[in-house]
Design a protein around this ligand. Structure first.
Ligand code: INI
Length: 156
């Protein structure tokens, strides 16, 4: 549009190797995110044989696992899917902030794009809305961002 040399990623997932890290905590939500992410990638050309799902206890464990997978050299991208839902104590704030910081750190330490599909919501209704109902599916969004980032990074 501005006549600039522009680098951007195509949404082509052929040959993409993916690790999905998904928490068991709030699995009725997280399973919807996984379904959305896998469906998105397959519809864009990825093969299920090139995808590995790693189930972990909760969001707090996500950075460690995401970092190990990203550093393994086996995957073009790692997609983190989970749901932290606010309760009556400050627990939510500690879990969500450590998970978010740790996932970002894993991406920066390894140079591997990581899709961030960790819901942090005030209540269950907000989580349901973001897991395939009125506010879309954040698993799809995380997969799309991960794919776009892989294709951008290949060109830089
Ligand atoms: N883990 C989540 O993934 N979501 C939550 O909402 C949550 N809450 O609210 O407690 C949660 N806690 C567990 C945490 O991630 C660890 O698995 C646990 O503390 C064991 O280390």
């Amino acid at each position: 549009m501005l006549n600039l040399k522009t680098i951007e990623g195509k949404f082509e997932a052929q040959g993409l190797t993916v690790a999905i890290v998904a928490s068991r905590f709030n699995d009725f939500i997280v399973d919807k995110l996984i379904g959305g992410a896998v469906d998105y990638l397959v519809r864009n050309g990825a093969a299920k044989e090139n995808m590995t799902l790693v189930r972990i206890p909760g969001a707090f464990e996500m950075p460690l696992v995401a970092k190990k997978l990203a550093a393994s050299g086996k995957y073009d991208t790692v997609i983190c899917l989970g749901a932290v839902i606010r309760g009556a104590t400050p627990h939510f704030d500690f879990v969500s902030s450590e998970a978010t910081k740790g996932i970002a750190q894993a991406m920066m330490d390894t140079g591997v794009p990581i899709g961030f599909g960790l819901l942090t919501t005030d209540n269950i209704e907000q989580a349901i809305e973001r897991a395939g109902s009125k506010a879309g599916n954040k698993g799809v969004d995380a997969a799309a961002a991960a794919l776009e980032m892989v294709r951008v990074m290949e060109q830089l």
